[in-house]
Design a protein around this ligand. Structure first.
Ligand code: HEM
Length: 453
């Protein structure tokens, strides 16, 4: 017999929402530790919010019954920024665009982009080589500049190095602003109205104009032939795509997809790498093992495709970092049809939250869940956990299209950085994440660059 999940009484909800706004991670922790793995928050008549945090729940919602769920209303404020690209669209538009873009992100296809990734990482390392020993950098900003360079070179054939700082600050501003809008209760009614009544409205417009200007230039350069292309990148695919009736993708759709890939394609990987550098600087044994692996597999040269499988510890370190700090910390769906999750009824119209952050730190699923222990991701131990205990890329048909791309990128970047540098965190860094659309380091991550002998 299905039974409603436990959860707060109506009079407790305002307090819970206040905490969810000021400290989302703590409010989620508190809620599941008080009520259990499946929580029901009766938000409005006929409209519940459900919180699910077990791997079985993730599999059910994201994969087994995915047809019953669409992207949640909480993604709507993002539309005000990135429009209706792959992340924010639904239904027929999403299906058509995903079918078009998917082949470009197959493992085989993205493997061919590895040399361009190596070049971009090398550009950053050469800039570091120019600095005096012990120079201090903001690791988050460095990683963001590098991953933006990679996206520009691999997906759009564009050199974005001159725009790095502007884009970094614009993305930060937009993320802060979108987060405020998502937390504004008006979002339930209208994302537009929520945006207009949230603080930071003006900065939002300026930041969005910066991103739009860069994207418009990238498109114009390709259309006019000013920017070279091998005829096979994402921008070409979008420009050359034809629907069944022979029409191409309209200018607005083109802009939305490109902004989506700019954002989705660099910020997440940058956060993953920044958190990884932080974790390694607090774990000398893991870092030494990483250095030994990189030195012995690569023997001083840049990683090739064949090397990636051999960099077993490197991959384990990155997985463990994404377990503790999943760049996309929450995945949310609206039920479009009735469902039952682990015996709990979910009515159509309810919102379902499956946070990778909680699934990844579930004490019934992971031993010592708060500890940084990359060995749990060594291949011989992969059978120890549920397939959906580790979901940094989500799952099912709305799972990350850039999964294979991101994994190649972060492994190659961490290996190349480790070959040449050791980054030591300066005292005073507070590792409690800043929760926006992604899980960012809370402030400048000041790290000293030391060349390895
Ligand atoms: C470590 C890096 C990354 C992480 C952790 C990550 C995580 C995710 C997650 C969890 C989702 C699903 C969200 C949901 O179900 O609501 C997603 C979707 C998406 N990601 Fe990633 N991502 C990463 C890198 C990338 C890269 C490099 C690209 C592009 C080059 C990319 C492009 C996208 C797009 C376009 C979607 C929307 C897919 C759709 O709904 O069809 N991501 N990502």
């Amino acid at each position: 017999m299905p039974r409603n999940a436990p959860g707060p009484a109506p009079h407790q909800i305002p307090g819970l929402l206040r905490l969810a706004v000021s400290d989302p991670l703590r409010s989620m922790y508190q809620t599941v530790s008080r009520y259990g793995d499946a929580v029901r928050i009766p938000f409005a008549p006929g409209r519940n919010i459900h919180l699910f945090c077990r791997p079985e729940h993730a599999e059910h919602i994201l994969v087994a019954r995915q047809q019953r769920y669409g992207k949640a209303f909480t993604y709507r404020p993002l539309r005000e920024w990135i429009g209706l690209g792959l992340i924010t669209s639904d239904g027929e538009l999403w299906e058509r665009q995903r079918r078009l873009i998917q082949p470009l992100f197959s493992h085989r296809r993205v493997s061919t982009l590895q040399p361009l990734m190596v070049d971009a990482i090398e550009r950053m390392l050469r800039e570091w080589d120019e600095r005096p020993e012990g120079s201090v950098v903001d690791a988050t900003e460095e990683m963001s500049g590098m991953t933006l360079d990679i996206v520009g070179a691999t997906l759009f054939g564009a050199d974005l190095t001159a725009d790095r700082d502007r884009i970094y600050h614009a993305v930060e501003t937009l993320q802060d602003a979108v987060t405020k809008v998502i937390k504004n209760p008006l979002t339930w009614v209208s994302a537009k109205a929520a945006r207009r009544t949230s603080p930071g409205f003006r900065q939002w417009d300026q930041a969005k104009a910066t991103i739009d200007e860069v994207v418009t230039r990238v498109i114009a350069d390709r259309r006019s032939g000013r920017a070279e292309s091998d005829g096979r990148d994402l921008l070409d695919a979008l420009l050359n795509a034809r629907h069944e009736d022979g029409t191409g993708i309209g200018d607005v759709q083109l802009r939305d997809e490109i902004v989506t890939f700019f954002m989705a394609g660099h910020e997440t990987s940058a956060n993953c790498l920044a958190w990884t550098l932080y974790l390694l600087s607090t774990s000398p044994a893991a870092r030494e093992r990483l250095e030994e692996e990189v030195d012995s597999v690569l023997a001083g040269r840049a990683p090739t495709q064949e090397d990636l499988d051999k960099l077993v510890w490197t991959r384990a370190v990155l997985s463990e970092s994404m377990r503790l700090y999943p760049p996309v910390w929450t995945v949310e769906r609206d039920a479009i049809a009735e469902d039952e999750v682990a015996g709990v009824p979910v009515s159509a119209g309810s919102t379902v939250i499956v946070p990778p952050y909680l699934v990844h730190r579930h004490p019934g699923v992971w031993s010592s869940p708060e500890a940084f222990a990359p060995e749990r991701f060594l291949p011989e131990r992969s059978g120890e956990r549920h397939k959906y205990a580790f979901i940094p890329f989500g799952g099912g048909r709305r799972g990350c299209i850039g999964n294979a791309f991101a994994l190649i990128e972060v492994v190659v970047a961490l290996a190349m950085i480790t070959q040449r540098y050791r980054l030591d965190l300066l005292p005073g860094f507070d590792p409690v994440p800043k929760v926006t659309v992604t899980l960012r380091p809370p402030q400048e991550m000041a790290m000293a660059l030391r060349r390895r002998a």
